[in-house]
Design a protein around this ligand. Structure first.
Ligand SMILES: [Zn+2]
Ligand SMILES: [Zn+2]
Length: 187
């Protein structure tokens, strides 16, 4: 999406920050605390923030010479599946954001690579792209129900937790069973 598209942000959208009450004087500060509903598809393949879940924004908006620096923490629940055993995972994450949004008319264009800096649309900041980046960086691509989850027996699909220590399948040499267990882990 081009960064200079004309302002299409809705100031009432949950993840749009309105900076009109922030003086354009470097050093001026505002805090922004709000609980907003999570947008759709916030997360990675196996683990996401459920759409509509409460996102707790605890942000600081600071005027700097070329724009507004947004920093703080966003906390919300995530749900997913263990990559090894498919058990449900359900916990809460806190992601840190720190992003500079340049004024629409600032000269940052000439001095900064466009991709390095966000851009305000009039007095509005669209927080969603930065939030998505932060969440994707924070969430594990291969989430586990616990660090040492042993996964499922590749032969019968039963969780190793629920199987006796000497569990094996007649036709399978136990050494091969542990090898295929390894392969499974790497998927
Ligand atoms: Zn697991
Ligand atoms: Zn088995």
């Amino acid at each position: 999406m081009p960064k200079h598209s004309p302002s299409s942000l809705n100031p009432r959208a949950p993840l749009v920050l309105d900076t009109r009450d922030l003086p354009r004087r470097p050093g001026a500060l505002r805090t922004h605390r709000r609980v907003v509903p999570a947008p759709a598809d916030l997360g990675v393949e196996l683990i996401t923030v459920p759409v509509g879940a409460d996102l707790d924004l605890d942000l600081r908006l600071e005027s700097v010479s070329e724009g507004v620096l947004v920093s703080g923490t966003i906390t919300g629940p995530v749900q997913g599946e263990c990559g090894r055993c498919l058990r449900e995972i359900d916990y809460s994450v806190a992601v840190n954001v720190q992003e500079l949004y340049a004024y629409a008319n600032s000269t940052t264009d000439d001095t900064t690579d466009e991709d390095e800096v966000g851009r305000m649309q009039d007095d509005l900041i669209d927080l969603e792209p930065a939030l998505r980046d932060a969440v994707v960086l924070t969430l594990p691509t291969n989430p586990l129900c616990r660090e040492d989850c042993p996964g499922l027996c590749p032969e019968c699909g039963v969780h190793w937790d629920d199987l006796p220590a000497d569990h094996s399948h007649q036709q399978t040499d136990p050494r091969w069973a542990s090898l295929s267990q390894l392969n499974r882990t790497e998927e």
